[in-house]
Design a binder for this molecule. Structure first.
Ligand SMILES: Nc1ncnc2c1ncn2[C@@H]1O[C@H](COP(=O)(O)OP(=O)(O)OP(=O)(O)O)[C@@H](O)[C@H]1O
Ligand SMILES: [Mg+2]
Length: 250
C-alpha cells in the first residue's frame, strides 16, 4: 500500500477517533450520578464498600436499604464528594471525582449536591433562617437573593413561621424540615438524604416523603437512605446493600 501524502494524512485517524467517541457517548450517556466498581476501606482495614456500581437518572428518586453498618452512609459520603473512593470511580454529571483537587471537589459539592445528614447537623448557634441560608452564603449570593430563596424554601417545607427560631426550639419533625430546606436552598441537582424520616412519627414522615417526591418531579435526583419499607415504596426504585455490596435492585 502506498504512503499517505498531502491532505490524506491524518484524515482517517480523526474520523476513526470521532466514531469511537460517538459510540462511547451513546454507551455512557451523562447521568447525574454514576458509581463504577467502587471500593472504600477505612483505616484499620474495615471494608465498607466492595465493588459497588449504580447510576441514577435525572428526576429519579432512589431508596438505599440495608442493615446497619453495610456501607450506606459511606456511599452517600462518596457521592456527596466529602470522601474519595479507594478504588473504582464516582462521576457527578460526567465528572470523575478522583481526578479533582480539593478546590474543584469543594466547588462540585457546593454547587451540585445538597445533603440531609443522618444526624441533621444544624448549627445550634444559628437560627433557622441562617442555617438554611448557609449554602447560599457559601456561593456568595446577594442579600436580596438569600432573603427571597430562604423564604421560598421554608414555605416549601411548610415552616415559614419558624425562620427566627433556634434549632433547640424545634420539634424533631421541624428540625428535619429545616435540614431538608438547607439541603435544597441552593437548588442542587442531586439531593442526598440519610434517613430523612428516621426520627419522625408516621404523619411527619409521610409529609417529608411527599416533599421529596415533589422535588423529584421537578427534575431533582434524589438518593435516600432508609430503613423503612414505607419510605422505600415512595421511591421509584430500591437498592439493597449488604456487607458493602449491592445485593439487589442495581
Ligand atoms: N470513619 C470510619 N473509620 C473506620 N470505620 C468506619 C468509619 N465510618 C464507618 N466505618 C465502618 O464502615 C462500615 C460502614 O459504615 P456506614 O456508616 O457506611 O454504615 P451504614 O450502612 O450507614 O450504617 P447505619 O445504618 O448504622 O447508619 C461499618 O462497619 C462502620 O463501622
Ligand atoms: Mg449510616
Amino acid at each position: 500500500m502506498g504512503e499517505l501524502h498531502g491532505d490524506q494524512r491524518g484524515v482517517l485517524p480523526e474520523e476513526v477517533v470521532a466514531t469511537v467517541l460517538r459510540a462511547g457517548t451513546v454507551e455512557r450517556a451523562v447521568v447525574p450520578v454514576r458509581v463504577s466498581n467502587v471500593g472504600r476501606i477505612y483505616e484499620g482495614g474495615v471494608v465498607a464498600l466492595d465493588g459497588v456500581s449504580l447510576a441514577i437518572e435525572s428526576g429519579e428518586m432512589l431508596a438505599l436499604l440495608g442493615p446497619s453498618g453495610c456501607g450506606k452512609s459511606t456511599l452517600l459520603n462518596l457521592i456527596g464528594c466529602v470522601d474519595l473512593p479507594d478504588s473504582g470511580d464516582i462521576e457527578i454529571d460526567g465528572i470523575s471525582t478522583s481526578g479533582l483537587n480539593d478546590d474543584a471537589l469543594t466547588r462540585l459539592r457546593r454547587d451540585r449536591v445538597g445533603t440531609v445528614f443522618q444526624f441533621f447537623n444544624l448549627l445550634p448557634t444559628l437560627d433557622v433562617f441562617e442555617n438554611v441560608a448557609l449554602p447560599l452564603r457559601l456561593q456568595g449570593r446577594s442579600r436580596a437573593e438569600i432573603e427571597a430563596r430562604v423564604g421560598e424554601v421554608l414555605e416549601a417545607v411548610g415552616i415559614p413561621e419558624k425562620a427566627r427560631a433556634m434549632p433547640s426550639q424545634l420539634s424533631g419533625g421541624q428540625t428535619q424540615r429545616v435540614a431538608i430546606a438547607r439541603a435544597l436552598s441552593h437548588e442542587p441537582a442531586i439531593l442526598l438524604a440519610d434517613e430523612p424520616t428516621g426520627n419522625l412519627d408516621s404523619h411527619s414522615g409521610e409529609r417529608v416523603l411527599e416533599l421529596l417526591r415533589t422535588f423529584a418531579r421537578r427534575g431533582q435526583t434524589i438518593l435516600m437512605v432508609t430503613h423503612s419499607l414505607e419510605a422505600a415504596s415512595a421511591a421509584d426504585r430500591s437498592l439493597h446493600m449488604r456487607d458493602g455490596r449491592i445485593v439487589s435492585g442495581a
